[in-house]
Structure formats: C-alpha cells, structure tokens
Design a binder for this molecule. Structure first.
Ligand SMILES: [Zn+2]
Length: 310
C-alpha cells in the first residue's frame, strides 16, 4: 500500500503540516464523486468526532481508517472528500456526534494531543478531517441571510438556498512567537488558564486589518511587555480548535529586561536557558511545555537543539 508514497513536499518542520497525500481538489466538482465512492468497497473513511480521531492502536497512535461498509454509518454521515492517501486510495470524511456510533479498537484521541505522534500522512488527514468537520457543524446557515446552506464541492463549500452566496471553510490566522535575547535564552509565559508549571510561547489572533508581522509586535508587547525586532517566519500549521491557522515566528527582544507579564492573560514570564529546559524537553522535572503536535513545541525544540531558526 506504499508503492505510490510521496515525500513531504513542504519541508515544513511543523508537525501537522506535512503533505503526503493528494487532496485531488479537481475531483470535487464532480457531483457523482461522493455517491460513487460510497458504493466502492475500496474507499477508505476517516471518521471524526469533534476534535478527536479514532485510533487503531492504543499504545502507538495510528489512525483507524475503515471502509464505508465497516463504519456501519448512514450515508448522511459522509460529508466530505479528503483526497487520495499515500497509496492512492480515496478517503472520505464522516462525522459522528457520539463516539459510540463508531467503535474504535484503540479508542479515540484528540488531534491536538496525539497529532504529533501520528505519521505525517495520518497527521495531515486527521487535521484536515477535523477542520472540515468542525466547519460543517457550524456552517449550516448562511451568515449573510440566515437561510440553509447546502454542501457543495464534495464538502468543501456551501451554497445558500436563500441568496445563493457561496461559503468556504473559515480559517482564522493566529501568530505564535519564539522570543530570544542576546544570550540566546527563550522567553516563555504561563497563561492564567494553564497549570502554574506549564510554560509556552506567546500567541494571539490577527486582528482585522492587521498584518502577521504587526500582530507579532502587538501580541508580544501586550502579553510579555517586550518590543521585538528581527521578526522571521518559521512555520505554520492548521490548528482547528476551533478554526485557527497557527503561524510561527522567531523574534528577538530589543531589551530582555523589559519582559513583564500582563497580569491577566499571562501571569508569569521567564527567560530560560537551554539547560533550564533540558528536563522539560525530556518530559521530566517541574516545568511542562506544550505537546509535540503544536507549533509552539516545534519552535521550542528547534531553539533547544541549537538553531534559533527553523
Ligand atoms: Zn444567504
């Protein structure tokens, strides 16, 4: 099943942005595509439940991809075409409201937690399936006129039955920034919503009318009190919780002494040397850092391994 496997085409180091399969977007216009694939016993299916995916093995995360017949689901559950996997097999998306509707041998895992342990192919499929299914959950009505909006393009758009407008899955950009200083330490913060021992990078949504770079400058000043310079793009990945695109940057603090938590969203900020984070990187000690599926962790790991740039 791996004879047609394609290499990652992105060179991205973000854990969920490897391109291995083929979205085959040109096939979405065919209105017979979904019925044809639903009747084909070779078609594979990714079933998702909210932000979770079914796993084939509880110990080593592997997506549980079933065939249409094996899912036992009603045709209405199949809401999207995800393209061809690395072996060239078509993959459909199905969404269930309750995990009990699709018994999974390895249980279910949230993509934000297990995504970093999946193969690049499965990470790509999983994050795409979750993103599309979450849009379907909230996109049933036209935001302009309120009428029902029906699925089109094999689940990749909707058309309003009232005003005829076309709608597409929304993606909200957010920036996340690894700030370093002249001693090549990294600045991390503890968010008020997290346990006190958890530290991560600074992040926030891009506001209306704002560029990515301007959002980096604003968010780092608001949350950590620092003015950043030498802003450099690092990597991006979808983060559909609910519908973000995380865009990662490296930047340098003009003055390390200026770092100060905002006191509301961020309670503590702290400069860490590489040695300070050795234990956290190894998964032990008192400090916790983000899971391997996140851009935050990819940037922290990259800095810790000696290169402050991806
Ligand atoms: Zn409308």
């Amino acid at each position: 099943m791996t004879t047609q496997q394609r290499p990652d085409q992105t060179t991205s180091r973000a854990p969920l942005s490897r391109v291995v399969g083929d979205r085959a977007a040109q096939l979405r216009e065919d209105p017979e595509l979904m019925p044809r694939l639903l009747a084909d016993p070779a078609t594979r299916v990714l079933v998702v439940n909210n932000a979770s995916v079914p796993l084939a093995d509880a110990d080593a995360p592997v997506l549980h991809l079933a065939t249409v017949a094996e899912t036992g689901l009603d045709a209405a559950a199949f809401t999207g075409y995800l393209g061809r996997d690395a072996s060239g097999t078509h993959v459909l998306l199905a969404a269930v409201r309750d995990q009990a509707e699709f018994p999974s041998p390895g249980g279910w895992g949230e993509m934000r937690l297990v995504g970093g342990e999946l193969s690049p192919e499965h990470a790509d499929l999983g994050v795409t399936g979750v993103a599309l299914a979450r849009w379907h959950r909230v996109g049933g009505f036209c935001p302009a006129c309120g009428a029902a909006a029906e699925l089109r393009q094999a689940g990749w758009s909707r058309e309003c039955t009232g005003c005829g407008r076309q709608h597409f899955p929304r993606t909200d950009p957010a920036v996340i920034v690894a700030i370093t200083d002249d001693q090549d330490r990294i600045l991390l913060g503890n968010n008020a919503l997290w346990p006190k021992s958890t530290y991560s990078l600074f992040a926030g949504f891009v506001e209306a009318g704002e560029s990515l770079e301007a959002a980096v400058v604003r968010e780092t000043y608001e949350e950590a009190g620092v003015t950043v310079v030498d802003i450099e793009y690092a990597a991006s990945q979808a983060w559909p919780y609910p519908q973000s695109l995380m865009v990662g940057f490296f930047a340098r603090a003009a003055s390390a002494e200026a770092a100060q938590a905002d006191g509301t969203e961020i309670l503590t900020v702290r400069w860490f040397s590489r040695e300070d984070l050795d234990d956290a990187i190894a998964g032990r000690g008192d400090i916790r850092i983000p899971a391997s599926a996140s851009v935050a962790r990819a940037l922290i790991d990259q800095w810790h391994s000696g290169g402050s740039r991806l």
